[in-house]
Design a binder for this molecule. Structure first.
Ligand code: C2E
Ligand code: MG
Ligand code: MG
Ligand code: MG
Length: 292
């Protein structure tokens, strides 16, 4: 039912905007139900030791198997989840599901494997976080050292004193923490020094343009030096070429992640991924739909 466009033929809400708002509302509504309807999925992307090429563990990355729209990537629904507060229940689901999977791998695949879980700002600053995590570890009987929590540099530096308090609590429990997308935020070095994190994760933006002698090579060298000074490990994300892999290893990164080494895959394909690495077989690397 279309109404004539206002009094003087002008309407603030153009049909296209209406549709946009409707789509957002529909998305929020669907997302509420997605957990109960078991539509959320975790994909796992391997993380490798730079020197020995061993799988160290996996990063859990959320997907939404939407009944009509297919497999949705986090950038489609995480911002909405964050704005509506849905992120807390969604995040709790991620923590529990990742711990459940970690337990299975711990017993059946490799007891040294770790799993990293991403935390949004709202989750990180949520009062019950440490308790939720402690409970998940206990319930699934997982050594705390095998869980890594990733928070972005921007999240960690939002309320630095608060972050130091939370990270100190997590560290006391033995849980590892990673400062994600490092280099894209605005770190106070004074706070960074006091942050009891375990590793810095160099943002993909610095890796993708990487060539010897390029500005990004200089930045990565500086981040590695900084990390060594602060006693932190360094991970590089977004490794897509063998040149990048060789160069990042030479620059002193401890571990590497990226499409070259392994795309995010459902847990069921992880054993297969591992075998293909061990045997050096390249054929049929499981993949997810190409992004954007
Ligand atoms: P992130 O934690 O920095 O994760 C890395 C992103 O880069 C992932 O995108 C991953 O699939 C992608 N990636 C990995 N290797 C490569 C590569 O070689 N090349 C390129 N071009 N991309 C690569 P994804 O899965 O779409 O996740 C995007 C972001 O969404 C994540 O960034 C993280 O901030 C957030 N996220 C994902 N899962 C969760 C979750 O369970 N909870 C929360 N709070 N945030 C999540
Ligand atoms: Mg991450
Ligand atoms: Mg990242
Ligand atoms: Mg990111």
């Amino acid at each position: 039912h279309t109404k004539k466009n206002g009094r003087n033929g002008y309407s603030f809400f153009q049909p296209s905007m209406n549709t946009l708002a409707q789509n957002q509302l529909q998305l929020i509504n669907d997302l509420w139900l997605a957990i109960a309807k078991n539509e959320l999925r975790l994909f796992y992307q391997p993380k490798y030791g730079a020197m020995d090429g061993q799988i160290l563990g996996f990063e859990a990355l959320i997907r939404w198997q939407h009944p009509q729209r297919g497999l949705l990537m986090p950038d489609v629904f995480l911002p909405v989840a964050e704005k509506t507060g849905l992120i807390v229940s969604l995040g709790n689901w991620v923590i529990n599901e990742a711990c459940r999977q970690l337990r299975v791998w711990h017993l059946e695949e490799d007891p040294r494997w770790s799993v990293a879980v991403n935390l949004s700002t709202v989750q990180f600053e949520q009062a019950g976080l440490v308790e939720t995590i402690t409970r998940a570890l206990a319930e699934h009987q997982i050594p705390a050292e095998l869980l890594t929590l990733e928070v972005t540099e921007t999240t960690a530096m939002r309320e630095p004193e608060e972050s130091i308090r939370i990270l100190t609590e997590l560290a006391a429990l033995g849980i590892k923490t990673s400062i994600d997308d490092f280099g894209t935020g605005y770190s106070s070095l004074l706070y960074l020094k006091r942050l009891p994190a375990s590793e810095l994760k160099i943002d993909r933006a610095f890796v993708s343009e990487l060539r010897p002698q390029s500005g990004d090579a200089t930045i990565i060298t500086a981040i590695v030096a900084l990390a060594q000074t602060l006693n932190l490990k360094v991970v590089a994300e977004g490794v897509e070429t063998q040149e990048q892999q060789a160069f990042l290893t030479r620059l002193g990164c401890d571990s590497l992640q990226g499409y070259l080494l392994g795309r995010p895959v459902p847990a069921g394909q992880v054993a297969q991924l591992r075998r293909s690495v061990v045997t050096g077989q390249e054929e049929e690397r499981p993949s997810e739909p190409v992004e954007k």
